[in-house]
Design a protein around this ligand. Structure first.
Ligand code: PLP
Length: 415
């Protein structure tokens, strides 16, 4: 094809900005294109006035979607079994988007005691300032959840397993309670990632008879897989609920960047393989940790005896002798006879496990936590001690095991 004739009545600066060439349609490649826009061009005023931004029937402004973000939304719906998706700049923004969409002064939100910490911080901060109360419930006792639902309760957060301490709740029973009481349930599905269980088909029979109302996902973790993108999603199967989330999303101006969407689209195709690899490695290390004399308790939902293990088995495919699925996270309680300084020295002494927040990337990470400030109630299922959380990356498992061994030997004496 020859180059299109240029309009020589325009100067060169104009000619390059308003260049008339458009490439042929029909380009097909494994990955979708990266469309970048704040401004979207309309053909005429009528189109500008009539074009709808609320559904995926057209394009109006970069914040409201581009072909790249629409494709990512649809693929995430496929991953989690949802019908509508909103993309936000972080997992925490997904939590905030849901809370601000559904709650108003006088309302109550219920949060599990072992929830992702910043969810509670949001409740203590902005939600409290807006006159919204939050109540913490025991994630291991559905009766406690049921008892705490009041006429003012509008939203129940669910997390399976809980952050850091990894208790696996009876998610099905929790959802049944929310359904029976007519309260919206929102699951933080970052750990399950759409792979360990189906949030919109908890019964696992394809009927969708037992489903959360909302699933939020920190795409920062396994969907990104690189430790280099911050993003979140809010997925639903109810159009009216989606529109509430979407309108708040629009009014808050929560957009994501096209290059970030592309990074997640590239990584999403391999999420199943990566998730399985993280899971296999984490279980091997968790089992090895259980044998170590300095370790009082290993918290991993796939280990027999772990808090809520039976619920993990039922929900995550391990009930009939299968391996089930379980992400790449576990925590250990270092025996109470060791001081905080010794536990810090253990973390400092690790060479492959790096000190850093978040998880889901190729590099193994470790974080020591001070649990006392993170829980509102006693947790009799936890051994006394100092908690350390591991996120297992994609390194050779034996190298990781040796790293744990050398750091333990140095910090806690010969083992
Ligand atoms: C990391 C995480 C989030 C928040 O994701 P960001 O993208 O870091 O804001 C939310 N929930 C859970 C369970 C997480 O682990």
């Amino acid at each position: 094809m020859p180059c299109m004739t240029e309009d020589t009545t325009f100067g060169p600066a104009t000619r390059i900005v308003h260049h008339p060439y458009t490439p042929p349609d029909g380009f097909v490649a494994p990955q979708p294109g990266v469309f970048k826009a704040s401004t979207v061009i309309f053909p005429n005023v009528a189109a500008m006035r009539s074009r709808e931004w609320k559904d995926k029937s057209g394009y109006t402004y970069g914040l409201h979607g581009t072909p790249t973000t629409f494709i990512l939304e649809e693929r995430l719906c496929a991953l989690e079994g949802g019908l509508q998706c909103v993309l936000v700049p972080s997992g925490l923004a997904a939590i905030a988007n849901v809370a601000l969409a559904l709650l108003q002064p006088g309302d109550e939100v219920l949060i599990p005691d072992n929830a992702y910490g910043p969810n509670k911080d949001l409740a203590n901060g902005e939600l409290a300032r807006f006159g919204i109360r939050h109540v913490l419930y025991d994630p291991l006792d559905p009766a406690d959840l049921a008892a705490r639902i009041s006429p003012a309760t509008r939203l129940v957060w669910l997390e399976a397993p809980g952050s850091v301490t990894m208790e696996f709740p009876d998610l099905c029973e929790q959802v049944r309670i929310c359904r029976a009481r007519g309260v919206t349930s929102a699951l933080d599905n970052t750990w399950g990632a759409g792979l360990a269980f189906a949030p919109f088909d908890l019964a696992g029979d394809g009927s969708g008879s037992l489903a959360v109302d909302i699933s939020i996902h920190a795409l920062t973790k396994y969907p990104s897989g690189g430790g280099d993108v911050l993003m979140g999603s809010v997925i639903t199967r109810d159009l009216a609920l989606h529109m509430k989330v979407k309108l708040t999303h629009m009014r808050l101006g929560l957009g994501i960047a096209a290059n970030d969407a592309e990074a997640v689209l590239r990584a999403l195709s391999s999420i199943g393989l990566r998730y399985r690899a993280h899971d296999v490695a984490a279980r091997r290390l968790a089992l090895w940790m259980q044998e170590q004399p300095a370790v009082a308790q290993v918290l991993h939902p796939a280990l027999p005896g772990a808090p809520g293990h039976v619920h993990w088995q039922t929900l995550c495919g391990a009930a009939n002798g299968g391996d089930g699925a379980a992400a790449g996270l576990f925590s250990v309680m270092i025996d109470a006879r060791y001081s905080q300084q010794q536990v810090d020295a253990f973390c400092d002494g690790l060479r492959l496990f790096k000190l850093g927040y978040s998880w889901g990337g190729p590099m193994s990470l470790v974080v020591p936590y001070q649990l006392a400030s993170m829980r509102s109630r006693p947790a009799p299922h936890l051994q006394p001690g100092t908690l350390v959380r591991f996120s297992v990356g994609l390194e050779e498992v034996e190298d990781l095991r040796r790293d744990l061994q050398q750091a333990m030997g140095r910090a806690f004496g010969a083992i």
